[in-house]
Design a binder for this molecule. Structure first.
Ligand code: GSH
Length: 216
């Protein structure tokens, strides 16, 4: 099976897929696309041919391209069911997906590079204003996730139950993003504890931005 991942070391959406690939033990070839160099390699005609959305990640499997990190992670789940990243029951699966989507749909898009570039460029915001924006939307999402983890974690070390799920795969990269803007995690002790545990696991460690071949 030939897997190629279009990635960028600092991309938290690509980080999710790197974690899922590592957890599943699936080897892949990283194909870095620098999001800032030359106006952003993700906007080149060549890359738009791969992913018309001009976003990383994209995963190529035997020549066919998949986009959107959650769709890719679910594809990997079907390709390689073990270890399972979704619970066995429908309620559990819906709950885990809801937590992953809280990150992927309601936190991360507001802090995506092109949104921040628009705030800086067209809306004339300085770094301080942009950082306030980022922190505001992460904090708002983390308040809810903190409650959800309180309800659904089985051991205080995972978002749901007592094993790694896609909720964990999506949380850790968002926590990494929050550190980049020095967001205080003290108000979210459950999230901080879960993230600390997960980051100590080999698959999460291998997928972290600093461990990537294109890390600067
Ligand atoms: N919903 C998408 C988000 C992908 C995304 O926003 N990727 C960012 C990096 S984390 C990106 O490529 N940004 C480039 C840009 O905004 O131009 C997913 O989950 O895959």
């Amino acid at each position: 099976m030939a897997l190629r991942l279009y990635t960028y070391w600092r991309s938290s959406a690509a980080y999710r897929v790197r974690i899922a690939l590592a957890l599943k033990g699936l080897p892949y070839e990283p194909v870095p696309r620098h999001l800032l160099r030359g106006g952003g390699e993700q906007r080149s005609a060549e890359y738009l041919d791969t992913n018309p959305q001009g976003l990383v990640p994209a995963l190529e499997h035997d020549g066919r391209v998949l986009t959107q990190s959650l769709a890719i992670c679910e594809y990997l789940e079907e390709l390689q069911p073990q270890p399972a990243l979704l619970p066995a029951d429908a309620y559990g699966r819906a709950t885990v997906r809801a937590m992953a989507l809280a990150v992927a749909c309601d936190i991360h898009p507001l802090n995506n590079l092109s949104v921040l570039q628009y705030l800086r460029g067209e809306l004339g915001q300085e770094d301080a204003g942009v950082n306030r924006w980022i922190s505001h939307w992460i904090a708002r999402g983390f308040v809810a996730l903190e409650q959800l983890v309180g309800r659904h974690s089985g051991d205080g070390l995972h978002c749901y139950g007592s094993a790694v799920t896609l909720a964990d795969v999506f949380l850790v990269p968002q926590v990494a993003n929050s550190r980049r803007v020095q967001l205080d995690l003290a108000p979210y002790p459950r999230l901080a504890r879960v993230a600390r545990h997960l980051e100590s696991l080999p698959a999460f460690a291998a997928a972290r931005p600093e461990a990537q071949p294109d890390a600067e």
